[in-house]
Design a protein around this ligand. Structure first.
Ligand SMILES: *Cc1c(COP(=O)(O)O)cnc(C)c1O
Length: 374
């Protein structure tokens, strides 16, 4: 018999032979300490600001073994090399910082509102210019890149937050590369278990690890994942300078969350698909958006903003809160945020479906929906 686990001389998964392992196995095993006597099974939280000189780490802003374990695990799942950041937005802005002065960025008009705000902020300071596009219209996205001779970056998010639009990643990556344009994909909603953008041609993957990866609504963290060593070292240098680094405890929590990502996501997705089906049959729901995978469902209420504001206050299990991707079900009316795009319907409620029993989730939702018009 053979196989990595049965070979006494093998290194642990995450350090070798990862290509042969499936995502659920990588989630559990990648980034573990070596299988040597008295090694801890889990990587410890390394609380230190500095290191004894002469090695690779030197100082706490440049590296930390707990980050490295998280980065190895996420990198294994995405098929690239990961860098941990203090938040998703720390990853987003570190990346935008690398766009050359005066360059163009093409991005979905329904990108995460923080990303849109960051692009607007960079643009207002004359650093770059952004062209916002309908990411479902592949030809329009390609034309926007062709029309801007200074375009250096195609920013993609798929599914988008909260419109849940899907982009044709493979076609857009190919078109962008033909024009010498780099491609970034925010993979927060799909997670590497449902979509691996580097395999579809993307250069860089962005994550808000705050969401599904950490998965328990108890930590903020972000990450970038790249295939190319030069891009990795440029981003690492930028992270060193900007200092947008996570604490070791945050990295440990995110890694602990990542270990169960596949189990949580399977269950949350099953719940989400069922709730999407049932919501579509309710008279108060004008439209249900569910891309067929993942745990986010957007429901557009026939009664608009008032109906949405009523719904989010009329439940007992569902928590009215922003953010998403935790084990508990939360929801919010997205247009309550000034930053949200005006093209998002007023009555759109974004549901982040958790891992509770679906019957309890539905009963709580339907009693609230039934009371909207009364
Ligand atoms: C939340 C989110 C971000 C920002 O991440 P933070 O961890 O909140 O900084 C970026 N992109 C998407 C798609 C998100 O949902």
């Amino acid at each position: 018999m053979s196989g990595p686990a049965l070979d006494p001389t093998s290194t642990p998964p995450g350090q070798a032979a990862e290509g042969a392992l499936r995502p659920a196995t990588l989630a559990v095993t990648a980034g573990r300490p070596a299988h040597d006597a008295d090694q801890p099974l889990n990587v410890p939280v390394t609380l230190t600001s500095t290191y004894v000189a002469g090695g690779d780490l030197e100082y706490g802003r440049y590296g930390n073994p707990t980050w490295t374990a998280f980065e190895d695990a996420l990198g294994a799942l995405e098929g690239g090399r990961a860098l941990a950041f203090a938040s998703g937005m720390a990853a987003v802005t570190t990346l935008l910082d690398l766009v050359g002065n005066g360059a163009g960025v093409v991005a979905p008009r329904h990108s995460y509102s923080g990303t849109i705000a960051a692009l607007a902020d960079f643009e207002a300071r004359g650093r770059l210019h952004a062209t916002l596009v309908d990411v479902t219209d592949t030809a329009a996205v390609v034309k926007a890149m062709q029309d801007d001779e200074d375009c250096a970056l195609l920013w993609l998010e798929s599914p988008t937050n909260p419109a849940l639009e899907i982009a044709d990643l493979a076609a857009l990556c190919q078109a962008a590369h033909g024009l010498g344009i780099r491609v970034v994909v925010d993979n927060t909603f799909a997670t590497p278990l449902r979509q691996r953008p580097l395999e579809l041609g993307a250069d860089i993957v962005v994550h808000s690890a705050t969401k599904f990866i950490a998965g328990h609504s108890d930590v903020l963290m972000g990450a970038l994942v790249v295939g190319d060593d030069e891009v990795h070292s440029a981003l690492k240098s930028r992270r060193d300078l900007a200092g947008a680094v996570p604490g070791p405890f945050e990295a440990w929590l995110a890694l602990r969350g990542l270990r169960t990502l596949h189990v949580r996501l399977d269950r949350a997705e099953e719940n989400a698909a069922e709730l999407a089906r049932r919501l579509a049959t309710h008279a108060e729901v004008a439209e249900v958006r569910y891309p067929g995978f993942g745990a986010i469902v957007s429901a557009v209420l026939a009664g608009g903003a008032d109906a949405g504001d009523f719904l989010v206050r009329a439940t007992s299990l569902w928590v009215h809160a922003t953010s998403l991707g935790g084990v508990e079900s939360t929801f919010e009316r997205r247009r309550r945020w000034k930053l949200e795009a005006p093209s998002i319907p007023e009555g759109l409620v974004r549901l982040s479906v958790g891992i509770e029993d679906v019957e309890d989730l539905w009963a709580d939702l339907v009693q609230a929906l039934d009371r909207i018009s009364s």
